[in-house]
Ligand binder design. Structure first.
Ligand code: NAD
Ligand code: MG
Length: 389
């Protein structure tokens, strides 16, 4: 039941609108008169972007890929902004109340910074923004008063669970992980897995990069770093438990022995709607949870030997500085190489570990430090990919 209705529609800018999160966000927006889309962006899928803009009545879009930028004006009457600068222009000039950043990878950092720097609230699906630049990004939000509202399902769950708790009462945050398609396998059994097997996630349908991150468990590693920054919680108070059904989206342990959990069928429209409408809640066509029908929910510890990526991410998070940025860049290069059929599944973690060995973290003085570390890490990871290919 809706409690209040906004007088004026909230103006939303959706970055990465042609992706998995972006498309679901447009579904959420289409169900509400309180939300109005004022701009959209994509990397290269200009035809899909033009169709979305037409359907949503949007007159300004941004594209990143040079070839797409050339071709798009033929399909779109409105203004097409180009490249990273065009994306920033879209953010600054759109008059948005809220920017949903659903770009994949470290390319999302600049748009997050532009949004928060302008004092605009950020609905953040792009976890890489916080992995790469968490300290600076959260400082920027603090300085301008803009809010960061998580879209990642675990962090949305934690945001909701922590809303009513006084500081000092929370002992631990526990992120749940589905375990991905290779849960229960040994390391030897992972040597020859195919791209199609790795892309076959048991509970969530997502973009390619995050699906591979889920198969290696790097996704959970990135999420631990994301939670550290979002909630200001040290790493020894962040745990992970494998929960194959993806019904419990995370839980918090409190000082009096209580634990509070967030449950629901896996559907990203729930955390997306929570972020877009926050602090209100709206109705969604999502099935009510039937625990009797489910019968049992199971939990198990992470097999960190078979899935070393989680440990690599934790270690990089604890080191701080540029280490998480290096980890993320190496992961992006390695996942791209795996999806291109150039390296095997186990080589993904090897490339990341090798890059971190060769490029130990240093202090972050400014965003430029991060862009340099990202570039250096990509160069080293590319060499390691060639060696592993
Ligand atoms: P996706 O690959 O399906 O979509 C990515 C979008 O970003 C596309 O619109 C693409 O055009 C755009 N894009 C890609 N590279 C770009 C670049 N260099 N510059 C500008 N735009 C670019 O990805 P997704 O699965 O929707 O994930 C998006 C983000 O949300 C990721 O950070 C992911 O980790 C996070 N996330 C996704 C899910 C999910 O269910 N898909 C869940 C939680 C978190
Ligand atoms: Mg998640």
């Amino acid at each position: 039941m809706r409690q209040t209705v906004a007088d004026v529609a909230r103006r939303i800018l959706i970055l990465g609108s042609t992706g998995s999160i972006g498309v679901q966000a447009l579904d959420v927006v289409g169900r509400s008169e309180d939300l109005e889309v004022v701009g959209l962006s994509a990397d290269r899928s200009w035809e899909a972007l033009a169709a979305q803009a037409h359907a949503a009545g949007v007159t300004r879009v941004a594209l990143s890929d040079p070839e797409a930028i050339e071709r798009a004006p033929a399909a779109f009457d409105g203004e097409v902004l180009a490249g990273p600068e065009g994306l920033v222009e879209l953010i600054l000039d759109s008059g948005a109340d809220l920017v949903l950043n659903a770009i994949v990878g470290s390319a999302g950092l600049g748009p997050s910074v532009a949004t928060l720097g302008e004092g605009i609230d950020l609905a953040l699906a792009n976890k890489e923004s916080l992995v790469v630049g968490g300290d600076l990004v959260m400082q920027l939000a603090e300085a301008t008063g803009a809010r960061v509202i998580p879209v990642d399902s675990e962090h949305s769950a934690l945001h909701q669970l922590l809303a009513g708790e006084a500081p000092g009462t929370v002992d631990k945050l526990v992120l749940t992980a589905s375990g991905g398609p290779f849960r229960g396998r040994t390391r030897d059994e992972l040597a020859d897995v195919t791209i199609a097997e790795a892309l076959n996630h048991p509970t969530w349908a997502m973009g390619g990069k995050i699906t591979i991150d889920s198969a290696t468990l790097m996704n959970k590693g990135l999420e631990v770093i994301e939670a550290h920054h979002l909630f200001g919680v040290p790493y020894d108070r962040l745990d992970v438990v494998v929960h194959p059904q993806s019904i419990v989206h995370s839980y918090v342990q409190l000082c009096d022995g209580s634990s509070l959990a967030h449950l629901g069928y896996p559907d990203m429209r729930v955390p997306i709607a929570y972020a877009l409408h926050h602090p209100e809640r709206v109705e969604l066509p999502v099935r009510a949870l039937d625990l009797a029908e489910l019968g049992a929910l199971t939990f198990e510890p992470v097999d960190e030997e078979t899935f070393p990526a989680l440990g690599l991410a934790r270690a990089a998070g604890r080191s701080g500085g540029t280490a998480p940025c290096v980890l993320n860049a190496a992961n992006e290069v390695a996942v791209h190489a795996f999806l291109g059929g150039r390296i095997g599944f186990l080589a993904i973690a090897d490339v990341i570990a090798g890059t971190l060995d060769r490029l130990p973290g240093g202090p972050v003085r400014a965003f430029d430090t991060l862009y340099d570390a990202d570039r250096d890490a990509r160069a080293i990871a590319a060499v390691l990919v060639d060696e592993a290919a």
